[in-house]
Design a binder for this molecule. Sequence first.
Ligand code: ZN
Ligand code: ZN
Length: 204
Amino acid sequence: MGGKITCEICNRTFKDKDGYEQHKTAKHSERLENINSSAPKLDFNFKKLRNLLIIILVVGAIIWLFSITLKGSNACKTDSVTEINIGSHQNLALHTHADLEIIINGVSKEIPTNIGIGPGFMRPIHTHDNSGEIHMEGPCIRDFKLGEFFLVWGKRFDSSCILDSCIQNGAIEMMVNGKENKEFDNYIMKYQDEISIKFTSDKT
Ligand SMILES: [Zn+2]
Ligand SMILES: [Zn+2]
């Protein structure tokens, strides 16, 4: 019987095409709807995946930016004072001062104006005049050691030497706010400190 048609879904046989079409509409239309409705379902899953990817990208970008900012502020806290350029007096998180005097054999040494300031740069430790006032300024809060001021200045100061005067030829005495201090270059300068470094030669 060459005219017979078999339903490919339920294997029922039909004597002609019309009968098969009727059967298909009556019994399997729901299934066809399901097949059709699976298209928007796929689309929904794609959207979910796309949204997930967008969220991952955004979160990744935020973490990346945060790490860069963190690195930037860490650089301000850890970089050498001779490498940091604060640029200007704007947006300073830190602005504090200490006073320094250097006396060699009873004679006061001039601490020049514009130490740490030059064409296109301003170090976080600098002077604006020759009064001995040390300015500590920067975009982040950090401690500065007295030795770092001398590093910016390009002069020597430690427990052995002050400028060109060394303990082979005399004695160094350091006073902070009227009290003797043995920390020398490692001393962390504090707000409104009065620091005095004296060298007294053995031979007078
Ligand atoms: Zn200042
Ligand atoms: Zn300044």
